[in-house]
Design a protein around this ligand. Structure first.
Ligand SMILES: C[S@@+](CC[C@H](N)C(=O)[O-])C[C@H]1O[C@@H](n2cnc3c(N)ncnc32)[C@H](O)[C@@H]1O
Length: 237
């Protein structure tokens, strides 16, 4: 009998091989098309140490290294870490949870969580850990599925399709989306929270919000009417 994965970590471990194909095919997902550039604009210049939490197969960590960041990257799924190490044998890729980082207090000046907090079983714990490992003056930069996006769906692929939220916007819930595109299939397992559900843990940890951006998709007319992603830059004062 095959049991379906019960934790988000296990769901992502089970999907690692699909994710590697999905993330590495040129132009296939939003990262290469526009999302990487939009997120890089949010980041401070390279400093002492950048932690990439929820690094997956390592594409952002490799790009940050190329831009001069001293990167240590972390993922909780063993296969993701193995793929990241294979693609960048000189890089530092650590198997650990974002909510239990094996790093000293104040040992980084930048923590990034790019499209990963919504995929963690204890995202609030990961926010507290980001605070702990950052030094005063450090930044926590986050990209998330926008809560409007995860709350509902377009009724069709038409440009003027209605966007419908059938369930509660406010209620937190786990959702699973299987997407087939150009012969690749990928199952995304994530948590939906309302906007306050993402911003409050940052404020509770002590972060001050420096930037909040709602990111549309420049190459998809439907997703120019609504935000696809949410970007936050938070300062540890
Ligand atoms: C959508 S992928 C994003 C990967 C990468 N940031 C990127 O954009 O290419 C989400 C990642 O979060 C990781 N993840 C899930 N739970 C985690 C946890 N508790 N701690 C660290 N990473 C976790 C998954 O294994 C997966 O690699």
């Amino acid at each position: 009998m095959i049991l379906s994965p019960v934790t988000l970590r296990d769901a992502w471990e089970a999907e690692a091989a699909n994710w590697v194909e999905w993330a590495r095919r040129a132009g296939h997902d939003s990262y290469g098309r526009f999302h990487r550039e939009a997120f890089l604009e949010l980041l401070p210049p390279p400093g002492r140490r950048t932690l990439d939490v929820g690094c997956g197969e390592g594409r952002l960590a490799r790009d940050l290294k190329a831009l001069g960041h001293q990167v240590v990257a972390v993922d909780a799924a063993p296969s993701m870490v193995a793929h990241a190490r294979e693609a960048d044998p000189n890089g530092e890729y650590v198997l650990a949870s974002g909510s239990a980082l094996p790093f000293e207090d104040g040992s980084a000046d930048l923590v990034v969580a790019f499209m990963s907090l919504q995929d963690m079983d204890d995202a609030d714990g990961a926010v507290r850990e980001a605070w702990r490992v950052l030094e005063p003056g450090g930044r926590f930069c986050v990209a998330l599925v926008h809560p409007i996006n995860s709350a509902g769906r377009f009724e069709s692929d038409e440009e003027d399709a209605a966007f419908v939220i059938r369930d509660s916007y406010f209620e937190r819930r786990r959702y699973v989306d299987t997407i087939e595109k150009d012969g690749l299939e990928m199952t995304f397992s994530s948590d939906h929270r309302p906007l306050e559900g993402w911003l409050r843990p940052l404020a509770d940890a002590g972060f001050l919000l420096e930037r909040v951006r709602e990111v549309p998709a420049p190459d998809n007319p439907r997703w120019q009417r609504l935000p696809l992603f949410l970007h936050v830059r938070a300062l540890e004062p």
